[in-house]
Ligand binder design. Structure first.
Ligand SMILES: *Cc1c(COP(=O)(O)O)cnc(C)c1O
Length: 357
């Protein structure tokens, strides 16, 4: 019998969250961001469940090919563009829309014959990728010389601080983007990760790009997904495989980091950092059993972790422990581990089977 540690994926919740994104994006359309294996949920299943989406977005070509392998024909935006001249042929053949962000990518366009449809990335302050606003006129002239202008769909930029309500940066970046692209009003504009969907009055132009919110994770600092009307899509579950009582003064696990201050009923759960559960989640990180909240104690091991069962006296070996999902938001666990829900969801390893409903 396989170990009953698994990630249940609720595709109805995913569709609910996509509808939330679409409503918040309107009149912009929302491209469904399904990179990193659908944020760890399985790219083929996620893309299929969101087959109403007019466009998908991924980081790289392999992910776009996975969407085609799942039988889906919508355009797929490659958020990081391409990594070779040959990739552009593939984009043309398969209907992928690379976001070209630098001169090397234009060189590849120059070297080849393929003229796929594509986007241009504008650097409005994130300073990861993209052309500086001052360069855009030259870039457009170069595209004209290459005969590539007809394939240009529009401009993309990415916000650095949309998760932080107190930051003025999103407003500044938006103004910069509007000004930089003003000479080409006939072309489309795309901004907006999930967080931007929750900023009152934020324009999302033609296409927004929601990712984490589709999976029920919170894009906003200090919030959890359910507070934003989002439903958790992944429920990470593992069996309680051993229950024991320890005395005051006894410790639990590696490094003897947790010491009981009283007699304590505790249990071991069959999941650990080898499954992608964060090792930095310490004592007091929440989990749940039979719908009731419990807490972790001691260090997370590779294949198991310890929980305090004092407030669930009826918990028995074989009961299902939810590490995150309906009762405990992934964002809460992330906070306890000093990270974000994104990292936890994308970090679940191949050892954990995904089960869809
Ligand atoms: C990943 C990504 C998104 C989605 O971001 P979320 O915060 O998950 O909504 C949008 N745009 C770009 C360019 C991205 O890389």
């Amino acid at each position: 019998m396989p170990r009953p540690t698994l990630a249940r994926i609720d595709l109805e919740a995913l569709r609910h969250n996509y509808r939330q994104a679409s409503e918040r994006a309107a009149p912009a359309l929302a491209m469904a961001v399904v990179k990193a294996d659908g944020y760890g949920h399985g790219i083929a299943q996620v893309a299929q469940a969101l087959s109403d989406a007019p466009k998908y977005a991924v980081a790289c070509l392999e992910e776009a090919l996975a969407i085609r392998a799942a039988g889906l024909l919508q355009p797929v935006v490659l958020l990081q563009g391409v990594h070779s001249a040959g990739d552009l042929d593939l984009c043309l053949q398969r209907g992928f829309e690379p976001v070209l962000h630098g001169h090397q990518q234009l060189d590849w366009l120059e070297q080849g014959e393929a003229r796929p449809t594509f986007w241009l990335k504008v650097n409005t302050g994130m300073n990861r990728l993209g052309f500086h606003p001052d360069e855009l006129a030259d870039v457009m002239a170069r595209l004209d010389r290459l005969g590539a202008r007809p394939g240009l769909l529009g401009f993309v930029t990415h916000f650095a601080c949309a998760d932080d309500n107190d930051s003025a940066m999103t407003e500044e970046q938006t103004a910069c983007f509007v000004e930089a692209t003003a000479p080409w009003p006939e072309l489309m504009k795309s901004v907006g990760n999930s967080a931007a969907h929750f900023i009152p009055g934020q324009p999302l132009f033609d296409w927004s790009r929601p990712g984490i919110m589709l999976y029920g994770g919170s894009p906003l600092l200090g919030k959890i997904g359910p507070e934003l009307g989002l439903k958790p899509v992944m429920s990470l579950q593992a069996p309680l495989m051993s229950v024991r009582t320890i005395e005051a003064g006894e410790s639990v696990g590696y490094g003897a980091g947790f010491v009981a201050d009283r007699r304590l009923r505790m249990g071991m759960v069959a999941i650990g950092y080898g499954d992608g559960y964060p090792r930095h989640a310490g004592t007091d990180t929440p989990a749940a059993i039979n719908g009731r909240r419990i807490r972790l104690i001691g260090r997370v091991s590779m294949d198991m972790l310890a929980v305090d069962l004092s407030n669930v006296p009826d918990a028995r070996e074989g009961d299902v422990v939810e590490l995150w999902g309906e009762t405990v938001a992934v964002d809460e666990v992330a906070r306890c581990a000093g990270t974000i829900g994104y990292e936890l969801l994308t970090g679940i390893t191949a050892r954990v089977p995904r089960e869809y409903r």
